[in-house]
Design a binder for this molecule. Structure first.
Ligand code: IZC
Ligand code: ZN
Length: 381
């Protein structure tokens, strides 16, 4: 008899894949499963995977009969704006009247309305609110999540958001990986002085690094927010300060954000609704993971979506995320996003599953620990 803490048996189908690297293009078509499987976990590590009745050789405090169910790695949500004050329900009627997202922002609403209320919300209130959002993410099967700052746009509030994310990672069972998005919008006081604002945000880099408050630096590269040139300068400074970088790219207008992501060898680039064929090709060449957020196109009432099939044919590694935020994607339901990916992006079940496990984990540098099941993996950390 072998000893374990937990044994799962009578698993109908177990996803077993080598998650050491992202899956590119056609590689995403395969989802390896083991039928009638069983596995053992000891000291937080998967120590054995077997078949049929072999589990009878194992003794554990917890023996869990899965009754033929499908067992997947915990899902990974690689792009959220988890920590924010208030909501944006009051902007729904503007949206229904057809006022575009960037127009609401330029009138001081949208991201800037969430900035105002996030500044007024205490760290403890933000923690309690975000904790509930994480509970809801977990209820949809998400066990690892990326959380961005970006609703402070001043030093104190950005640090407050990042500290909340760190505390959530310590206290909540879901793992939280943090990204600094101080370059999310231009505050009113800096209108027309975007470069100055970006310099002000770079001043936080050393402290964020020292206190390990974020692994990544991100920027919203979009018409009326930050240009490609501004994003290039800012992200190069982030790289020099020791961060890996990401971009919100080509969400609304095709500015060339995908090309910039490739040039800077970003770990991932998000949205990419307007990306050109050249941009898509460049993502594939540089191995930048395309993080698609079809919930955002849905909630913004768009009829066009990211060209997932073109990306897959071009050998891009595709990941999917909720983009959970109070404005353009107010949902923690990653399974809804998976359904939209099937219906609107025409991704297959296997591609979608790989996009919310292995590729999502690699999009946030967590591929070593999340997104796949195998011997020596640690499902809980
Ligand atoms: O609060 O609107 N796109 N940032 C860039 C977002 C969406 C989040 C928001
Ligand atoms: Zn976003």
């Amino acid at each position: 008899m072998y000893d374990a803490d937990l044994v799962l048996y009578h698993i109908g189908q177990l996803i077993v894949q080598d998650g050491q690297k992202p899956l590119y293009g056609a590689e995403m078509k395969e989802l390896n499963t083991l039928e009638n499987a069983c596995l053992a976990i000891k000291d937080g590590t998967i120590v054995w995977i077997g078949k049929g009745d072999q589990y009878r050789e194992w003794k554990a405090k917890n023996m869990l009969d899965c009754e033929g169910r499908f067992v997947s790695p915990g899902l990974v949500d690689p792009h959220t704006h988890l920590v924010f004050g208030g909501s944006r329900e009051h902007e729904m009627s503007l949206k229904q009247q057809g006022v575009p997202y960037l127009e609401i922002l330029s009138r001081g609403g949208g991201i800037l309305s969430t900035v105002k209320i996030t500044r007024e919300t205490t760290e403890d209130e933000l923690f309690a609110k975000s904790y509930r959002h994480l509970d809801r993410l977990l209820s949809y099967g998400v066990t690892t999540v990326e959380a961005k700052s970006g609703y402070g746009l001043d030093h104190d509030t950005e640090l407050k958001q990042l500290r909340v994310a760190k505390r959530l990672n310590d206290k909540h069972p879901v793992r939280v990986i943090s990204t600094f998005l101080g370059a999310h919008a231009v505050p009113r006081a800096y209108k027309g002085r975007e470069e100055e604002f970006l310099t002000y945000m770079t001043e936080l880099f050393p402290q964020i690094k020292e206190e390990r408050l974020a692994d990544f630096v991100d920027i919203f590269c979009e018409t009326g927010v930050f240009s490609v040139e501004q994003a290039r300068t800012y992200l190069k400074q982030a790289i020099e300060a020791g961060f890996r970088v990401k971009l919100h790219a080509d969400e609304i207008d095709p500015l060339g954000g995908a090309e910039l992501a490739a040039e800077l060898k970003a770990i991932s680039a998000a949205h990419l609704v307007g990306s050109t064929h050249v941009g898509i090709k460049r993502l594939a060449q540089e191995g930048v993971i395309a993080c698609l957020l079809p919930g955002t196109s849905f909630y913004l009432g768009k009829t066009s979506h990211a060209k997932a099939r073109t990306m897959l044919e071009a050998d891009v590694a595709v990941a999917l995320a909720t983009d959970f935020n109070p404005g353009s994607s107010p949902t923690e339901n990653l399974q809804l996003i998976m359904s939209i990916a099937a219906i609107q992006l025409k991704m297959t079940t296997e591609e979608i599953w790989n996009a919310v496990t292995i590729n999502a984990a690699h999009a946030i540098g967590a591929g070593e620990r999340a997104g796949s099941i195998g011997v020596d993996r640690q499902p809980i950390w």
